[in-house]
Design a protein around this ligand. Sequence first.
Ligand SMILES: Nc1ncnc2c1ncn2[C@@H]1O[C@H](COP(=O)(O)OP(=O)(O)O)[C@@H](O)[C@H]1O
Ligand SMILES: [Mg+2]
Length: 302
Amino acid sequence: MGRTGTHVIVVGNEKGGSGKSTTAFHLAVYLMYQGFRVASIDVDSRQQTLTQYVRNRRNWAKAHDLKLPHATHFHLPLSKSDSIRENQRLEFDLFRQAVIEVEGDADFLIVDTPGFDTHLTRLAHSLADTLVTPLNDSIIDLDVMAHVDPVTGDPREMSHYARLVQRARTERLSIDGRTIDWVIVRNRISMLPSRSTRLVQSAIEKIAVRLGCRVADGIAERVIFRSLFPTGMTVFDPLSEEMLGGLPSMSHLSARQEYRSLVEALRLPVSERARARMEASRALARSAAEPAAFEHMAQGAE
Ligand SMILES: Nc1ncnc2c1ncn2[C@@H]1O[C@H](COP(=O)(O)OP(=O)(O)O)[C@@H](O)[C@H]1O
Ligand SMILES: [Mg+2]
């Protein structure tokens, strides 16, 4: 499954409820508003939160006649066969097919993964150019990275998930000599700093050094994320009163700003890609008599 043109962002963390699907969806929408062609794959065949988010967005846009960007989205089927092996094979084939299909067509592919270890989760991790791990801002949630001394915050041993990522990195290096840029994103940060949040912060920094990843200051705990999900909206969409059931608040604007800073912290190859796209559209303008190329460019932006 050698890849070339598409930058793959995998959102992973072996814990449910850390904000993976919310982050995956926000990244996808943000990048589309930046003019990029975006595809997404939901590897979480049990919860399918990202898929539901995508559906809610399409339904809401249709019902309210809104012109919104939509990503090209793929999801895995719910288990069809009684045989686990057979299901794994089906899922694997579908995933492979989806990756091949978007390759070269999308600027970014965003992969949302489940909060448990599967064959496919591992495969997805080894394809990542950027791995984003949202982490809830609590000492208990750090456990997914490393077992931490509860008093000093010093990391003791690597967790199962950290080992999974290390293996994915090794594999990736042997396949195409590339490294995975792993970024921890603090999520649901408490607005009221306490001794515990300071301990979490210093523990995360120590863990990052140990595991060779970066830390991005992420998103605060905000109730708006719950109201966005049913409408399939993100903090980047034009927010209407109807959608919110009230006026947009400062909280929206702050959340938008936080997500923007988060994308900056990811250091995605956006400028290279933007340049490549401009060159492509100039080339297209020169040879305007090729309608197939136009279709190609329009895909994913809807
Ligand atoms: N920054 C945040 N503030 C408040 N709630 C959040 C935030 N990020 C995510 N949530 C909520 O947490 C829950 C789990 O998020 P989700 O993205 O589904 O996590 P995961 O995919 O890791 O299981 C959802 O109800 C979501 O709305
Ligand atoms: Mg999820």
